[in-house]
Design a binder for this molecule. Structure first.
Ligand code: UD1
Length: 430
């Protein structure tokens, strides 16, 4: 199993190209199931989760063609991938596939809308909480589907003539359930109004792509989305939006190590709340042509309290990284997690580097220390593991992060991007 070795202490200086967003690419790829034409996606990141979904979609009958990767001047790569699902080969998503990647459960929306039926394995437990699927079941039921749980699977069946538009208000904000409702309602008969919809930029990206495919959607990015169903969708060409979590992660890394880095190909507007928190912690962040410039001052980190919330609040996917930054603040800060009930597994690993963190319910109290010291640590989930990398960059001596397959799920060429900016980071393959 690969490990990542980091020798901390170097400031980061240079350019880091930001990849296309994993969390946008996944639902966009799944949207290819809605049409028999070709959906072409540009700026698709090369990540384990994307490759996994390519295999899953292949199982459902999607033909996939990947254009060669081209390196640009700023060191970024762009990948264009063509997805064509002339006919759906299989409406079943088996446990072996869905259990590996929760987002693949989302195929339930397009399969049900296009084929009138789907049999999709329940995703099962997950390291960061129980993550139920009740909102998907309720939402699709509102569109007229019969949803039945049988042997660990959901059997979903649309009424004769297809799904029917309806008004449905989510009792809780869910990104995934909003994606699924958008896709399902696009091919339903009549109008659907989704209340308490997720407002994440990735939802807007999916809506824009569906609109390019011929869907009639308004209000994406607000909490009420209206979808007028159409009989069929066509192909389209769409560029995946920049990864705001990757953007925030590197911005926090620079705030922590010090240095001057331009994050290329991304936008401040995607992560206002997180940028505000990084600024309050003492880093300078500004919009520059083609990206964002971050100037960090390393030792002069101020304590800042944050609470994770659905967009536009502070993203849960940046919580672990921000806690990493706060371990070196000059004072006490608090990090409260409200989205997932068990998303503090990085706490004990950060403690191995010398961080002083105490947990009380959903809130972590972090007493900043003047220095962290490198140590062997273990990656536990995707975002937790990158918080260990950025803490390792700021620690004295060597940090060895094991179980890095978590990182490979969501961070494209992490070692290369950091090394180009002066960090000492290497992958060790055993
Ligand atoms: C997506 C992101 C993930 C991010 C999360 C929250 C992708 C691939 N993943 O995950 O990186 O951390 O949004 O921003 O885009 N819930 C229910 N019932 C349901 C569905 C969800 O109770 O049927 C709960 C979840 O357990 C969680 C909360 O709702 O507590 C939010 O989850 P949700 O927004 O659905 O997360 P995902 O879409 O899985």
């Amino acid at each position: 199993m690969d490990r990542i070795r980091i020798v901390g202490g170097n400031a980061l200086n240079g350019i880091i190209p930001i990849s296309g967003a994993k969390n946008a690419a996944l639902p966009l790829m799944i949207a290819s199931l809605l049409t028999s034409d070709t959906l072409t996606l540009e700026n698709v990141p090369h990540l384990a989760d994307v490759e996994g979904l390519i295999r899953i979609l292949g199982n459902h009958g999607v033909d996939i063609a990947v254009n060669g990767r081209r390196e640009h001047q700023d060191g970024s790569y762009s990948r264009t991938v063509h997805f064509t699902c002339r006919t759906v080969a299989d409406t079943t998503a088996p446990y072996e596939l869905v259990s590996k990647m929760r987002a693949s459960f989302w195929v339930i929306g397009p399969l049900l809308a296009r084929e009138g039926q789907a049999r999709v394995s329940l995703p099962g437990g997950c390291a960061i909480g129980t993550r139920p699927v009740d909102l998907f079941i309720e939402g699709l039921t509102a569109l007229g589907a019969e949803m039945e749980i049988d042997g660990g699977y959901i059997n979903a069946k649309a009424p004769k003539g297809g799904l029917i538009g309806a008004r449905y208000t989510f009792p809780k904000v869910s990104v995934g359930a909003t994606h699924v409702m958008l896709m399902a309602a696009s091919l339903a008969r009549g109008t659907t109004v989704i209340g308490n919809a997720a407002r994440e930029p990735e939802v807007v990206d999916l809506a824009n792509c569906l609109i390019a495919m011929g869907a009639k959607i308004s209000g994406a990015g607000t909490s009420t989305i209206t979808i007028e169903g159409v009989p069929s969708l066509s192909g389209a060409r769409h560029r995946v939006l920049p990864d705001r979590i990757e953007t925030g992660t590197y911005a926090m890394a620079v705030a922590m190590t010090g240095g001057d880095v331009t994050l290329a190909g991304t936008e401040l507007g995607l992560l206002d709340t997180a940028i505000e928190a990084i600024r309050r912690a003492g880093a300078e962040v500004s919009a520059v042509e083609g990206g964002i410039r971050v100037i960090g001052h390393g030792d002069a980190i101020r304590p800042v309290d944050i609470v994770t919330e659905p967009f536009p609040g502070f993203p849960t996917d940046l919580q672990a990284q921000f806690m990493g930054l706060m371990t070196r603040a000059n004072g006490v800060s608090h990090v409260t997690e409200t989205i997932f009930e068990n998303r503090f597994m990085h706490v004990q690993e950060l403690a191995r580097l010398g961080a002083k963190i105490t947990l009380s319910g959903q809130t972590a109290r972090i007493e900043g220390v003047s220095r962290l010291r490198g140590a062997p640590v273990m990656a536990t989930d995707l975002r937790a593991s990158v918080s260990l990398v950025i803490a390792g960059l700021a620690a004295e001596g060597e940090t060895m992060v094991s179980r890095v397959y978590h990182l490979d799920r969501g961070f494209e060429r992490l070692e290369e991007k950091l090394t180009r900016c002066g960090a000492i980071v290497e992958r060790i393959s055993d």
